[in-house]
Design a protein around this ligand. Structure first.
Ligand SMILES: Cc1cc2nc3c(=O)[nH]c(=O)nc-3n(C[C@H](O)[C@H](O)[C@H](O)COP(=O)(O)OP(=O)(O)OC[C@H]3O[C@@H](n4cnc5c(N)ncnc54)[C@H](O)[C@@H]3O)c2cc1C
Length: 378
């Protein structure tokens, strides 16, 4: 009988919970660790909602990963009986002639993605919540959706435990190092475990656990602001989540309970986080300014006085692509980090890739573009 591989998953958040699920489903002996517990709000996954888009505003090589993730979100829902993702469509709005919109349109057409271009008048008719400046268009992604991050993490981790995985909650891993004679040593305050392979998915804490990564992950504080509509029909037309580029790069997600709209901004508005364990979670009134401008100019039917503002964290790479692969020179340590503000939608695909790399040493999925210099090609 083949002895199952013993695999540590360090960080049972967005990626780690999915990695645990896929590894347990494939018969590995899985030991998970998290400094908190699945579904907490202190890292990259808080705030109740995430946008799933089938169309992509960048590297076309993401499309196969999005397709795989799409199927796996369905599978996770089916296996757990939980409602984790609501198909609502999603909107991408920007200047018709901008390079990013041109790339999005050409990729979506070439890949046969189910989308529709809405000119200004058509958008106003179907989605009166939004205003578009001259020369701008909206792309409606019909497969777009809203995902519930906390519920998804709990569902994936719970499913993994059901399949036999063990998860150490409130167990901070202090060290993950190659063991003499092979395998990996995982050190916590409670003791040391020896495993065959370790998958490191500690999100914004990556520089604390692995300070010598070959590529920098810039950890930033991300503020979201929740607003109530002033019109009772704001949610008309399904009110899909949206991303838009002007006057500020931003996103918005009508809350799954249909009560408020969550707004967020892009990288240039996010302050650095020198120490993730000391994230400043207090949001000051002056941080509201950009959100107010956005509402004023583009969504005047939202009340600019927020009902809530919260701060989270995320790791960003310079390319915007995450680091996915073996640590240089370490066949038994796999890292997944730096998801740069758009990782949640592909999390189940990352779980599958983690399982491939941990159990087979390689993956047939097209992720070589996510293994930049220094991180072993996946
Ligand atoms: C406000 C905001 C909005 C976003 N919106 C979207 C969106 O709409 N769509 C989208 O696709 N993506 C979005 N993203 C990006 C997405 O949420 C992230 O890319 C994703 O959550 C990153 O997952 P992760 O597993 O790397 O980190 P996390 O989910 O934070 O998981 C890391 C886990 O590791 C644990 N951990 C840390 N250190 C240790 C240790 N030493 N020992 C044990 N455990 C440890 C932590 O407790 C945590 O549970 C958004 C991000 C933010 C912050």
């Amino acid at each position: 009988m083949r002895i199952p591989k013993r695999v540590a998953v360090i960080g049972a958040g967005s990626m780690g919970s999915q990695a645990m699920w896929r590894l347990a489903a494939r018969g590995a002996e899985v030991i998970g660790y998290d400094r908190y517990a699945p579904g907490h709000d202190r890292g990259a996954a808080g705030g109740e909602s995430r946008i799933y888009r089938a169309v992509h505003l960048g590297e076309p090589a993401y499309i196969p990963l999005l397709r795989l993730a799409d199927r796996m979100w369905e599978q996770l829902q089916a296996e757990t009986g939980r409602s984790l993702r609501r198909r609502s469509g999603s909107l991408v709005m920007g200047e018709a002639s901008s390079p990013s919109m041109s790339l999005l349109l050409s990729t979506s057409t070439a890949q046969g993605l189910d989308h529709e271009v809405l000119e200004r008048e058509e958008l106003a008719r179907r989605y009166p919540q939004h205003r578009l400046p001259d020369g701008h268009i909206a792309v409606l992604d019909r497969l777009g959706a809203v995902i519930r991050p906390e519920a998804s993490i709990q569902a994936a981790a719970g499913r993994a435990e059901h399949l036999g995985a063990r998860l150490h909650r409130y167990a901070t891993v202090r060290e993950v190092v190659p063991a003499v004679g092979g395998g990996v040593r995982v050190v916590t305050d409670q003791g040391t475990d020896h495993v065959d392979v370790a998958v490191v998915t500690v999100g914004p804490w990556i520089n604390t656990l692995l300070p010598d990564l070959p590529q920098a992950v810039d950890v930033r504080r991300v503020v979201c602001s929740w607003h109530l509509p002033t019109r009772h029909d704001w949610f008309a037309g399904g009110a899909p989540p949206f991303v838009r580029a002007v006057p500020h790069d931003c996103f918005g997600i009508p809350s799954p309970d249909g009560i408020s709209v969550k707004l967020g901004l892009s990288f240039k508005y996010h302050a650095p986080v020198p120490e993730p364990e000391r994230l400043d979670r207090t949001v000051r009134p002056e941080e509201l300014g950009t959100f107010r401008e956005l509402i004023d100019e583009l969504m005047p039917d939202l009340n600019p006085d927020p009902i809530r503002m919260s701060a989270y964290m995320e790791g960003y790479t310079q390319s915007g692509n995450p680091l996915v692969g073996h640590l240089p020179g370490e066949d038994d340590i796999i890292v997944m980090a730096g998801f740069s503000g758009s990782g949640f939608k592909i999390a189940p695909a990352m779980g599958e890739i983690a399982a491939d790399l941990a159990l087979d040493g390689t993956t047939r999925l097209p992720v070589a573009f996510l293994a930049p210099a220094g991180v072993g090609a996946a």
